[in-house]
Design a protein around this ligand. Structure first.
Ligand code: MG
Ligand code: MG
Length: 256
């Protein structure tokens, strides 16, 4: 069942969304050569706690992993697609890209957002991967309006990615979000005929999050049971916003 939010609930999600935005602003501002992904984690956790919020990911149980995620950030470097773990030994270097994904629960409601940032100078191909993924997210967001269907979002993302020669990850998808981090519906970044294609209505709130691989779409999970990586070892990018469907169109809750 898709839970539609009242205007008051969406306002609460706006507050958690802006907190997530602030955290991502701070943390992405720290990214440079020599910084470790654990440095980013420490800053993010302090900010979330200081705001009186609860980190969405730390302690999140995954049946697939069989345990709880131990960090407030997912930091996914280069060929890591999502769910990478902060590590004091992971020193960022020029040419890397790092996806920072985080969520927070404030006053009962969640926000969830991610961004992928280059470290120092990266290749033109990697610049293009980041640009196309960010553009795909914006094109998907534009479709999050009443009267459209869910696949209008999926299709906009998929077409942009594929027409630029990259590929969409299929094993992981976006999601509804509210008083739980993951709610119905699933929001695939491709048109999945086996999946539900509901009509979009005001009060639906969706985490739209294209995961785009430079090479093949195939992914696998590392022995830590969380980190998803590309099978071909090529880079992957991930951008995400929490978006409310309103009478007036999409409202991106995770940016000002
Ligand atoms: Mg996320
Ligand atoms: Mg998400």
């Amino acid at each position: 069942m898709i839970i539609r939010k009242t205007a008051a609930e969406v306002e609460k999600m706006r507050r958690s969304g802006l907190l997530v935005w602030e955290v991502l602003q701070r943390v992405t501002g720290m990214i440079k050569e020599g910084v470790t992904t654990m440095d980013l984690e420490v800053t993010a956790e302090r900010m979330i706690r200081d705001a009186g919020a609860r980190p969405a990911f730390k302690g999140y149980y995954s049946p697939a992993a069989g345990n709880r995620f131990p960090y407030v950030l997912c930091t996914s470097v280069n060929d890591e697609i999502i769910h990478g773990m902060p590590n004091a030994k992971r020193v960022l270097k020029a040419g890397d890209v790092v996806s920072i994904d985080t969520g927070a629960q404030l006053d009962g409601y969640f926000g969830d957002s991610s961004v992928t940032i280059p470290v120092g100078e990266v290749s033109d191909e990697v610049k293009r991967l980041l640009a196309v993924t960010a553009e795909a997210l914006e094109l998907g967001i534009k479709q999050a309006r009443p009267g459209n269907r869910l696949f209008d979002i999926s299709s906009a993302i998929e077409q942009h990615v594929v027409s630029n020669g990259f590929s969409v990850v299929r094993e992981y998808v976006g999601h509804g979000i509210g008083s739980r981090l993951h709610e119905e519906p699933q929001v695939p970044n491709y048109v999945d005929r086996r999946s539900e294609n509901p009509r979009l209505k005001p009060g639906m709130v969706l985490a739209i999050e294209p995961m785009v691989n430079a090479g093949r779409p195939d992914c696998k999970v590392l022995s830590d049971r969380w980190t998803a990586v590309t099978v071909d070892g090529k880079y992957s990018a991930h951008f995400e916003h929490t978006v409310a469907v309103t009478e007036n169109g999409p409202w991106v809750l995770t940016r000002p």
